[in-house]
Design a protein around this ligand. Sequence first.
Ligand SMILES: [Zn+2]
Length: 243
Amino acid sequence: MAVMEDAPPTPGWEMYTGDRKTAGPFENRILYAMCRDNPAHGDAYVTAGKITAIGRIYAAAPERGAGSGRETGLLADAIAARLVNSPLDEGLQAIAISDGFSESNRAQVVAAHQLLVDEIAIATFGWSKSFDNEGWLPRTQGSFASKYLHFHRPNAFPIMDSYAKAGLVCVGLNGPFDTYELFCAGFARHVEKRVAGWTPRSIDTALVIRGRAHQDRTSTSCRACGTAFVRRQRKKKSAGNGG
Ligand SMILES: [Zn+2]
């Protein structure tokens, strides 16, 4: 169904940088403006700052699970240096700011995300002391990559994290949502019958609320969807076993 053609225009940069309902908290407006004004990845100095700002404000910095550096340089600098020579800018330019997440650009969205995840992994591999540990692999930075790209193309890239994933489960979708491709497929199903006017951020806000409820193990069932939580069986401290 050609629903997308009838959709009202997506919010422009002026809304993401000036309208609190569209942007959410004020710091988001700063991050949107930063990416609007510095969209490219040719200058590693600029890219490293964007990585640090988004990673820290969103508590998703690629340093998580990266070990420590073999030299004093920051991981953000190592990632930024790789992105100078990557096709990330072409991937981003292929998606217009006005393009909303849809069936027609979902593959491009997923591909740009995979490209960034791969570049981060390669950069981390070269940067980290943990490289010396046999079999060590850097953590997949799918959540960070979704957030980083979201601020560059806020209408096209859904934000993925554990709350948003749990939110999809809470609204009744079957996972798993382990990869961004699977997450985006679930996200697409979630917005399928939705009336136009939503943005990835407005959906994310609602999903995070559902996801928090769905992960709240202080009660025996989810207060949003009613699913009974299966209590993980505690290992029985069997008597007489000494421990
Ligand atoms: Zn739930």
